[in-house]
Design a protein around this ligand. Structure first.
Ligand SMILES: [Fe+2]
Length: 391
């Protein structure tokens, strides 16, 4: 995220003394990606960021994965899943995953513990509800339609704040998550053809300082889960600057690119991770050639699995399939997919699609998590032919 930001108190020169009011020194910490060769920020802590006083296991929720076999398209109904007194971190239920990315879902009313994901960046999409995301960089106020990008290792916690439960769709990478490189200049500025730009991104605006001692921080890492107990509160940063920090982007600020004939999914891309992309479909004017077919052509994603999360509106191409708000369709590589029967004809002459969906395309096959298995409708694969195997 090559977009410089400065918050709170920092010294005029990097790597020089920064003194507290009592004359002591703040502890300077560089948080940097790809060793020392990519984006980074410099944080100034009241305490020592590497100090811990205890470490004990954190048993993660069920992370088991089951291959999509026999290979079929699937319809997963996330709104049918049960959540009891869940929080947006430990309450996540794993829907789909592979070595590059894990997609989970949570419906929460509780405050999460302090948390760090040491495996990769997170992109948490807020389907419904409101929250404050408190982080070591400062707080973000988020709500419906926000993507919340949280860099690897950022200490943070989620606080649901709205009257309704907070529904979050978490895309956890094993890598970093960033805007697609083709949207950026060689120095990192958003280009004119990008469907969003720096003005649409919301980062922390002031430090978030909290008092506390022997605070638990839940760490998800490549070896599992660990709870670190830190002697001073993890939110002890008086100032920071750099290009690495959490931020929010609302899907309503994505300006759709439209054309006379059907535009390919890459025009809908919003973020990229290693071996996967995130796209979104937003309400938009549709194809305006006099003979245009507004719904997609049938397509076989030769190199990817496609996961569509239907958030709002009516999804024209899926009418008749049972898919609605809160549904996921999984269209795996190795099998073609496209509009349900009759959808092409119904779309002719339509000028506007009122639909909101978040799509993740992975370049390695996705397996089903426990929540994916629990929410599978078991019938979607037969929805194009109108009949399944004989009983
Ligand atoms: Fe597709």
């Amino acid at each position: 995220m090559a977009f410089y930001r400065q918050v709170g108190s920092i010294p005029p020169k990097r790597h020089t003394q920064h003194r507290r009011p009592d004359g002591g020194l703040y502890a300077e910490e560089l948080v940097g990606e790809e060793g020392f060769s990519s984006d980074s920020s410099l944080l100034y802590h009241r305490g020592i960021p590497s100090a811990i006083v205890d470490a004990r296991p954190w048993t993660l929720p069920d992370q088991s994965l089951t291959p999509n076999a026999p290979l079929v398209p699937r319809h997963l109904r996330l709104h049918d899943l049960d959540f009891k007194e869940a929080d947006p971190v430990t309450g996540r239920r794993l829907v789909l995953g592979n070595a590059d990315v894990r997609i989970s879902y949570a419906v929460s009313t509780e405050i999460s513990p302090y948390y760090r994901n040491a495996i990769g960046d997170e992109c948490v999409y807020v389907e419904r509800g409101d929250a404050t995301v408190e982080t070591v960089f400062g707080a973000l106020t988020v709500g419906r339609g926000d993507y919340v990008i949280i860099p690897r290792m950022t200490a943070h916690r989620w606080i649901p704040t709205g009257a309704e439960p907070l529904r979050t769709y978490a895309i956890e990478a094993s890598s970093h998550i960033a805007p697609p490189a083709r949207y950026l200049s060689r120095f990192g500025q958003f280009l004119e053809h990008a469907p969003y730009c720096e003005r649409d991104l919301r980062g922390p605006v002031e430090p978030l300082l909290a008092e506390g001692s022997d605070v638990e921080v839940y760490v998800k890492h490549r070896g599992g889960g660990t709870i670190h107990v830190v002697p001073e509160h993890p939110f002890d940063v008086v100032g920071w600057d750099g290009c690495l920090y959490p931020y929010a982007f609302n899907i309503a600020d994505f300006e759709p690119i439209t054309g006379r004939v059907h535009q390919p999914p890459p025009v809908h891309q919003v973020f990229a991770g290693q071996n996967f992309v995130i796209c979104n479909f937003v309400p938009r004017k549709v194809d305006y050639h006099p003979l245009a077919v507004p719904v997609p052509y049938y397509h076989s994603n030769v190199d990817s699995d496609e996961v569509m999360f239907y958030v709002d509106g009516d999804y024209e191409a899926r009418k008749g399939s049972g898919i609605g708000k809160g549904s996921i369709s999984l269209h795996p590589g190795g099998h073609s997919h496209g509009p349900q029967p009759g959808a092409v004809e119904r779309s002719l002459g339509v000028e506007f699609f009122d639909e909101t969906a978040v799509m993740v395309d992975t370049f390695r096959p996705l397996d089903l998590g426990e929540a994916g298995l629990a929410s599978d409708d078991g019938r979607y694969a037969w929805s194009w032919s109108g009949r399944g195997p004989a009983a």
